[in-house]
Every structure is written in structure tokens, then in C-alpha cells.
Design a protein around this ligand. Structure first.
Ligand code: SF4
Ligand code: SF4
Length: 446
């Protein structure tokens, strides 16, 4: 794609990189059929190609973008289905990341939008504030008919039952390997997940210990920074990244070192793997950030390399695996979770149109509830259509988006792997009746 961005604007290295990426686009339109927002809205401006044009115009005309451009960029899920399918290798993730940063630096949003976005950026990364926000949401349930838009979406997403207690495993400590130590890792315990589903970190740590891995919860590590980074608020995201880098590298440089930094929320994994790019222009931090990005591994990526021990329990369940966009497109991790679930003895089913986003996309479901709701309805219908006993995924945001609507239990992949190799049965599965052994599970037993 031809660009006419001024030399003065190109002096900014981020705009120069965006210019190179925009020029890689040959306008073929192959990405349109894979773009969820284009599929919902049928508007070229809500497609990858359309958004690339809008960003080109934004940089060519300098100054603040118009409200229409911002609206179409805001509607992007950052699902990266376009980047995964693009035959010209357009690095859309870097383009939209800087496009959003540019919008936040130059465009003044209406006051309500500004307040909502800022509130989410403050609440989500801090588990204690997020828990308070959820409790306030519970108190406001009887009045939710008074609200519309983002506030209504927040109330609709508030969990119905009691919130689980925070888990002791999320505090800084070391979990020793069982048997001979094969590896030493640190784990990103995260933010929202520790409040919504603390069982996931517990299952991850048990699974790793059982496979001979020592697990360190590093002091000073916390949210990955993605809630701010997704909104282009880089100045709020980088302090989280730097705190994590310091925490993990002090463990990596300690006796024993670190073989990996384990992530069990694929949205956060994508963010950690991009630290090196985000800090590439910072002389003090770029090498440290690149080290952390190289160490970051999704739990299924790491376990696939380690090998799963012989399964003990699986009850012949049919598992439909929902691959989060950040897993399949962001990190290009496709076969490892499926291979592990099969090795654990489960019959694994695919979701039709599995490349399409479920509409969760971080806090997109709160900021863009209409498009998110449409994508959720499509994903729910596709999951229900395969007739599985249980759904599994590697991203708590997708689980929160879909769990109450799919009509079957929804657990994290790691909870099934932990159970199959000797851990406790996830409580969500206890109501499922035992089915006779299938061909696939008999093969796994052999
Ligand atoms: S598939 Fe790639 S090259 Fe083709 S229009 Fe989309 S972004 Fe551009
Ligand atoms: S990231 Fe997803 S929503 Fe955004 S343009 Fe690409 S395919 Fe469309």
C-alpha cells in the first residue's frame, strides 16, 4: 500500500515502523473473511484492510484523528486472526498497538468514555480493587435495568454466586518439584484470574510439581500490563512490565536460574512475549525485556516439551476445546493443548469456525457490548453444536464470557490435565455421568 507520510512524522520510530507495516499490505482482502468485526458489521472500515487505510490516513494527516477513525479502531478486537491469515506478513498487532497509542496521545475522548476506560485500567490489574468492584456490582444487581452500555455490560458480567476466596498459592513462595527436579520455572499468577478462578493457578502448580518442576511465585510480579496496553495507555502498561521483568530476572539470575516463565492465561502470554518489542527503544530495559519474552511459555507449550505422564483419571469425557485468539493467533499455539488433552485420555472435539473470536477480548465485552454479544451468541451455538460433555480453554476471559451460556461445564485445560495425571477432579465435572469407554480412550489406556 502506498503511503505519503511526511519526513517529520517518520522521524518518530513508531510511525516509521507503522509506515513499513502499512506498505506490506497489498490490499488483497483475504483477511476480511477472517475478521469477526467485518463478519458482524459488513463495513470495510471495520475490517483489517479498512483499519490499515484509516491508520495510514491518520499518520498522513498528522494531528488528532477524527471520531470516526477512533470508533473503527476501538471496534477492533485485537484478535489477530487477520495477522495469522495474511499472506503478505502484515504485522497488524504492532500496527494496531501503536495506532491506539497514537489515538490516546492525540485524541480527546468524551468525558464518560475517558472515565470508563480509566476506571477499567485501574480496577482490572489490582485483584483487591477488582474484588471490590465485583462486590459493588453484586449490590447493584437489583438496579441494573437502570443502566445501559458499558455499565450494564459490567453488571451482566458480574458472577452470580459467591466469589471464591483468594488462594494461598498466589503469594510469593517456592513449590518444590516432586521426585527428581527436571526444571525450575516462575509463574505469572496474574490479576483477574486470581479473583475469578483461583483454582487455575492451583492446578497449574500441582501439574508442574508432579512432573518434576520447581515453581517460584516471584515477589514483585503482578499484572502483565495488558489491560492498559490494549487501550493504548502505554505509560500505564510499562510500569507493570518493568516490575515483572525485575521480579523474574532476579529469580533467573539466582542459583538454579529459570527455565521458563509459565503463563496460563493466553492473553497475558501474548503480552509477555511482546515485552521485548514494547521496550525495544529503551536502552536500559530492551535486553532485559527480550530475555523475559524469550522465557515466557504458555503452560501447554511447556508441558508439550516436558511430556505428560501416563493418565490415571479421565472418565471417558468428550472435551470441546475452545482456542482463545491470543493462543491460536497471538502465540500461534494450536496443536499442543489438543495433543496434551488426547494424551490425557480425553476425546477432543473442535469448535466449528474455531478461528473466530468469542467477543471477550480482554475488556472488549464491556466496552463494545453489542458486537461482543453477537460474537458470543455465534460461539455459544458452535460449542453447543458438537455435543461435548465439557468445554476447555486456556484463557479465563473466554471462560468468563461463555461459561454461563454453553450448557456444559467450562474448565481450564490445565484443570483437566492436572486431574488426569493424579490431581483432584474439577468440581464442575462431578455432575457429569460416566460414559462407556470410547475407542479413543481405550487406546489411551492401552
Ligand atoms: S490479507 Fe494482508 S495484505 Fe491482504 S488486505 Fe489483509 S492485511 Fe492487507
Ligand atoms: S485484529 Fe481481529 S477484529 Fe481487529 S482487524 Fe484483525 S481480525 Fe479484525
Amino acid at each position: 500500500m502506498k503511503t505519503l507520510i511526511s519526513e517529520a512524522a517518520l522521524a518518530n520510530p513508531d510511525i516509521a515502523l507503522s509506515n513499513d507495516i502499512i506498505r506490506d499490505c497489498v490490499h488483497c482482502g483475504i483477511c476480511l473473511s477472517h475478521c469477526p468485526t467485518y463478519q458482524v458489521r459488513h463495513d470495510e472500515n471495520d475490517s483489517p484492510r479498512g483499519r490499515i487505510m484509516l491508520m495510514r490516513n491518520m499518520y498522513e494527516h498528522e494531528g488528532a484523528p477524527d471520531a470516526r477513525t477512533v470508533e473503527h479502531l476501538d471496534r477492533c478486537l485485537t484478535c489477530l486472526a487477520c495477522e495469522a491469515i495474511c499472506p503478505s506478513g502484515v504485522e497488524y498487532s504492532k500496527l494496531i498497538a501503536h495506532g491506539r497509542e497514537h489515538v490516546e496521545a492525540t485524541y480527546r475522548r468524551p468525558v464518560l468514555q475517558r472515565l470508563t476506560r480509566r476506571a477499567l485500567t485501574i480496577l482490572i490489574p489490582h485483584p483487591e480493587l477488582f474484588r471490590l468492584g465485583l462486590l459493588a456490582g453484586k449490590l447493584a444487581q437489583p438496579f441494573k435495568w437502570l443502566f445501559r452500555g458499558t455499565l450494564r455490560a459490567m453488571l451482566d458480567m458480574t458472577p452470580k454466586g459467591r466469589l471464591p476466596r483468594s488462594s494461598p498459592v498466589d503469594r510469593p513462595q517456592v513449590f518444590p518439584a516432586q521426585g527428581m527436579r527436571r526444571a525450575r520455572v516462575s509463574i505469572l499468577t496474574g490479576c483477574v484470574q486470581t479473583v475469578l478462578d483461583p483454582k487455575i493457578n492451583e492446578a497449574t502448580i500441582r501439574l508442574l510439581q508432579r512432573h518434576g518442576v520447581e515453581v517460584v511465585v516471584a515477589k514483585g510480579a503482578g499484572c502483565c500490563g495488558a489491560p492498559a496496553e490494549h487501550k493504548g495507555l502505554t505509560q500505564h502498561a510499562l510500569p507493570f512490565a518493568k516490575a515483572n521483568i525485575d521480579a523474574w530476572l532476579s529469580e533467573a539470575d539466582a542459583p538454579g536460574g529459570l527455565d521458563a516463565i509459565i503463563v496460563n492465561t493466553s492473553g497475558c502470554g501474548t503480552s509477555l512475549k511482546a515485552y521485548g518489542h514494547a521496550l525495544r527503544l529503551d536502552a536500559e530495559w530492551k535486553d532485559k525485556a527480550a530475555r523475559v519474552s524469550a522465557l515466557a511459555k504458555d503452560i501447554t507449550e511447556f508441558m508439550a516439551g516436558l511430556g505428560l505422564r501416563k493418565p490415571e483419571n479421565h472418565r471417558n469425557l468428550r472435551v470441546v476445546y475452545h482456542s482463545a485468539c491470543s493462543m491460536q493467533h497471538g502465540q500461534r499455539i494450536v496443536h499442543q493443548p489438543l495433543d496434551l488433552l488426547r494424551a490425557a485420555g480425553f476425546e477432543v472435539l473442535d469448535v466449528p469456525d474455531g478461528f473466530m473470536c468469542c467477543g471477550s477480548a480482554g475488556d472488549y465485552n464491556l466496552l463494545q457490548p453489542a458486537i461482543s454479544g453477537e460474537l458470543k451468541a455465534r460461539k455459544v451455538a458452535n460449542i453447543r453444536s458438537v455435543g461435548a460433555d465439557v468445554a476447555a480453554s486456556g484463557n479465563v476471559a473466554c471462560m468468563t464470557q461463555l461459561a454461563s451460556s454453553i450448557g456444559i461445564p467450562f474448565v481450564h485445560t490445565v484443570e483437566l490435565l492436572d486431574w488426569a495425571t493424579g490431581g483432584p477432579e474439577p468440581e464442575e465435572l462431578r455432575s457429569i455421568k460416566v460414559r462407556p469407554a470410547s475407542r479413543m480412550s481405550r487406546r489411551a489406556d492401552a
